[in-house]
Design a protein around this ligand. Structure first.
Ligand SMILES: *Cc1c(COP(=O)(O)O)cnc(C)c1O
Length: 393
């Protein structure tokens, strides 16, 4: 048997499994084996696999209007923008298709504002280990070690500071600084949390210096952390925010939001063929309406408390290094660099497998569907115990 993927451009190592279908918390492969999925497309499938609500939104909208062109208004675009404005502290919305694209838009908007209001200030300060996407500029904005050496030369205008170290932000600031870009929880870095005190001080510092605060909520937004947006949990308001991943619930959809004072693109400055297409916007509207209700978000916090308690118990029993996270974005820290082995052992469990993600060699990241049931969380914890027992003995 040849391994699948021989016709694909090599980009990453993947298991040989080919997945055929998904329902809720479960993915089924072509061999018929079921897997409890705690990856969910990297925190994308906020309502699990193939939720009826998304199927219906896609069917309804695809029969009505697919794409009139970004040169014209369409109703789902206007409705989703209105809903996001109503839910957040922001006044203006631009829709895009990926997190990287929304983040590029955020940097463009900040630079446009800087050229008008701050005498050409254009530099954006990001954080070490941060992740903002895979376009060349977002690779420069990200703080992933080694990323500046893969595709030189890299776009310039990006400085770095250390998360939870305000003095490092002050050192990185100059008259050219236009914005600071932050993830409140650094997902790709291994669920590294910004301290609430640091975030408040950063907000005060940026406001005092006339520097914008850009919140990259591509991973943390739309209920993932137990609130509609993570910034609410830190008691501050950013100037600009980006969303993607969970916003589309599995379809490519992203958003760039800003305060009225930043509504400074001139016609033609920003756009994109698929930006604001009604098919994806209709899905986004259905997803947001479902997730951003008080009772749904309370359910996310309950499941998060259950998952966190279960992970703490596992950490105690297996002498691990603890767990952390916000809402249903959690990490379990292993005593050694064996995360890839645990991921493989978990997928290989029988009769059902468990899908996990290892963003660091010694760490597992768990990002279940936001509507995972209490029984499924317990089943996931039990499967995780079996996988850990196999690897750690
Ligand atoms: C995933 C992610 C991105 C990139 O989003 P894409 O849709 O993959 O372009 C950007 N920022 C954060 C915080 C992310 O988690």
């Amino acid at each position: 048997m040849t391994s699948p993927g021989q016709d694909l451009l090599t980009i990453t190592r993947r298991p040989d499994t080919v997945f055929a279908s998904g329902q809720g918390a479960w993915l089924t492969d072509e061999g018929g084996k079921r897997h409890l999925d705690l990856v969910q497309g990297w925190a994308v499938n906020s309502l699990g696999h193939s939720p009826a609500l998304i199927t219906e939104a896609l069917l309804r909208q695809s029969q009505r209007l697919l794409n009139p062109s970004p040169a014209y208004y369409n109703r789902p675009l206007l409705d989703l923008a209105a809903r996001l404005v109503g839910l957040s502290c922001f006044d203006r919305v631009f829709l895009a298709s990926s997190g990287a694209e929304a983040n590029e838009g955020a940097v463009k908007l900040a630079r446009r504002w800087g050229s008008r209001m701050r005498g050409g200030a254009h530099e954006v300060i990001g954080f070490e280990q941060g992740f903002h996407g895979r376009t060349l500029a977002m690779m420069s904005a990200s703080g992933k070690p080694g990323w500046s050496e893969i595709y030189p030369p890299m776009p310039t205008g990006f400085a770095k500071a250390r998360l939870n170290d305000l003095a490092s932000v002050e050192r990185a600031m100059s008259p050219r600084t236009v914005a600071v870009m932050i993830e409140f929880v650094q997902g790709e870095a291994g669920v590294v949390m910004a301290d609430p005190g640091f975030v408040r001080e950063l907000r005060a510092l940026t406001a005092e210096r006339g520097v914008l605060l850009i919140a990259d909520e591509v991973q943390t937004g739309i209920g993932r952390c137990g609130a509609a947006f993570a910034y609410e949990l830190f008691g501050i308001e950013p100037d600009i925010m980006t969303l993607a991943k969970g916003l589309g619930g599995g379809v490519p959809l992203a958003a760039l939001l800003c305060k009225e004072a930043l509504n400074c693109f001139q016609p033609g400055d920003q756009g994109g063929t698929f930006c604001g297409n009604p098919l994806m916007a209709a899905v986004g509207l259905a997803v947001v309406d479902e997730i951003c209700r008080a009772d749904f978000l309370a359910g996310v916090r309950e499941r998060a408390a259950q998952l966190s308690a279960g992970l703490r118990a596992i950490s105690r029993d297996h002498a691990l290094q603890g767990e952390r996270g916000l809402g249903l974005l959690r990490a379990l820290v292993l005593p050694a660099d064996c995360a890839d082995q645990v991921v493989a052992a978990a997928q290989a469990l029988a009769p059902v497998g468990l899908l996990l993600n290892a963003p660091r060699p010694n760490l597992l990241r768990l990002m279940p569907a936001l509507n995972i049931s209490a029984a499924e969380v317990d089943e996931g914890l039990a499967l995780l115990r079996r996988a850990l027992a196999e690897v750690l003995g």
